[in-house]
Design a protein around this ligand. Structure first.
Ligand code: 6PG
Length: 467
């Protein structure tokens, strides 16, 4: 008896993913060093002919049909290398290892080259959707050898989330394309999360919305064009009562946000590529500022801050909806722009329309907007920036006014809206045919003879400014 699919790492994600594989008619075999996890899966799986598990690597590998398809759902970093080295002596040429974690893309390139020498195919496949997604249908972002993908495709298409019947998985490109796309997915995730949280702050401080009202507001947004997983769970968060005391849980949670690195990597790599993603950058910075809780408490005592002027709830929530929609568009635009550039830089051959398409369901950044983004990139394969798509002009034009008003309000009333204001600044700068950076060029040439180009003449110029 051999199993169709193998999975190493039977934590919550791994266990759920393997049960999902089995639900879809494939037999699956799990492996974990931890006997307790092995037994938990055997018990939950029920029929050992369909789902089974072992803590012994050799037994595990021998129990799989060839070419073997082995997915790893283990913590990113050293563990991935250790697991690979443990599997290697038991594998045959042509076998396939799929790393389903949030591995850094250059690690994936290194591992692919290492395994290629040994005749093993390696995939970096981002998996999004949390534990529930793994169980019921995640969005999967695989990159690696196109030929080898054919062996994995039927299983991934069966287990992935479906958007109107279409699977939320597609072969994305060679090498680390899958991990790179997942990294930028997470950067966008950071941006959208920052935006939903600062709009909450605004609604609370400027409009005095209660948690019940916040719940209703986000729920009503989720019924409209802002429909998205993050807006949906936000509305549910405001309903949650504190299980350890009175009131709502959200008010008891310490305001220090943790991070595991993918958002930061997105920003860092965007800097390396020279692609601006300021909404994502500031989302990372805000998590860092949030971590400085003790300093913030001290500084709050030292400095005066304006008392926010009350705004009528109805008009505030209407504007907030528009501004959030505007900033969501800008965040996706920045992420897609980064993907377009990375594709050229790293030879990923990414199709942005395909990426937006597999993000329409299953993943954390799924949103109604992604159907429009998919169409925009499908209609124009070479689209440089979402803001240049004719189908987005009206959406942006209609909502940017609200973003301006709220950013101005936030600045006057001392409510930080860094995601929204950076989205607006990005928009204003990106849509300016002339920026004052001519002055920067003049300064560079003045103090360092760095030269400049001219608007009216071709060539490279230098001026002796202080003569
Ligand atoms: C997903 C998520 C997931 C990520 C968490 C936590 O797509 O399912 O992106 O992969 O690990 O969102 O990320 P942080 O701990 O960095 O917030």
């Amino acid at each position: 008896n051999t199993y169709d699919f193998g999975l190493v790492g039977l934590g919550v994600m791994g266990r759920n993913f393997i049960l999902n594989v089995a639900d879809n008619g494939f037999t699956a075999y799990g492996n974990d060093l931890d006997e307790e996890k092995v037994n938990a899966l055997i018990e939950e799986g029920g029929d050992a002919n369909k789902v089974n598990a072992t803590s012994d690597v050799a037994t595990f590998v021998q129990g799989l049909s060839t070419p073997r398809k082995i997915m790893l759902l283990v913590p990113a970093g050293k563990v991935v290398d250790i697991v690979i080295d443990g599997l290697l002596p038991h594998l045959d040429k042509g076998d396939i290892i799929i790393d389903g974690g949030n591995s850094f893309f250059t690690d994936t390139d290194r591992r692919e080259a290492y395994l290629q020498e040994k005749g093993i195919n390696f995939f970096g496949a981002g998996v999004s959707g949390g534990a529930k997604g793994a169980r019921k249908g995640p969005s999967i972002m695989p990159g690696g050898s196109r030929d080898a993908y054919q062996h994995v495709k039927p299983i991934f298409e069966a287990v992935s989330a479906k958007y109107k019947g279409e699977p939320c998985v597609a072969y994305l490109g060679p090498k680390s394309a899958g991990n790179y796309v997942k990294m930028v997915h997470n950067g966008i995730e950071y941006g959208l999360m920052q935006l939903t949280s600062e709009i909450y702050d605004l609604l609370k401080k400027a409009g005095g919305l209660t948690n019940e009202e916040l719940h209703e507001t986000y729920a009503s947004w989720n019924a409209g064009r802002l429909q998205s997983f993050l807006v949906e769970i936000t509305s549910e968060i405001f309903e949650q009562k504190d299980d350890l005391g009175d009131g709502h849980l959200v008010d008891k949670i310490l305001d220090k946000a943790k991070q595991k690195g993918t958002g930061k990597w997105t920003s860092q790599n965007a800097m390396d590529l020279g692609i601006p993603v300021p909404t994502i950058d500031v989302a990372v910075s805000m998590r860092e500022i949030s971590a400085l809780k003790e300093e913030r408490v001290k500084a709050d005592e030292i400095y005066d801050r304006p008392t926010p002027e009350t705004v009528v709830k109805g008009s505030l929530t209407a504007k907030a909806e528009q501004a959030l929609y505007f900033a969501f568009i800008i965040t996706y635009a920045q992420g897609m722009h980064q993907l377009a550039d990375a594709s050229k830089e790293y030879g990923y051959e990414l199709e942005l329309g395909e990426i937006a398409k597999i993000w329409r369901a299953g993943c954390i950044i799924r949103a109604a907007l992604l159907a429009d983004i998919t169409e925009a990139f499908k209609a124009n394969v070479g689209l440089q920036n979402l803001l240049l798509s004719p189908s987005f002009v009206d959406k942006v034009q209609e909502t940017v006014g609200a973003a301006r008003e709220l950013v101005a309000y936030g600045a006057t009333n001392g409510i930080p809206l860094p995601g929204l204001s950076n989205a607006l600044t990005y928009f204003d700068a990106y849509t300016s045919s002339r920026l004052p950076l001519n002055l920067i060029q003049a300064q560079r040439d003045y103090f360092g003879s760095h030269t400049y180009e001219r608007l009216d003449k071709k060539g490279i110029f230098h001026t002796e400014w202080d003569e």
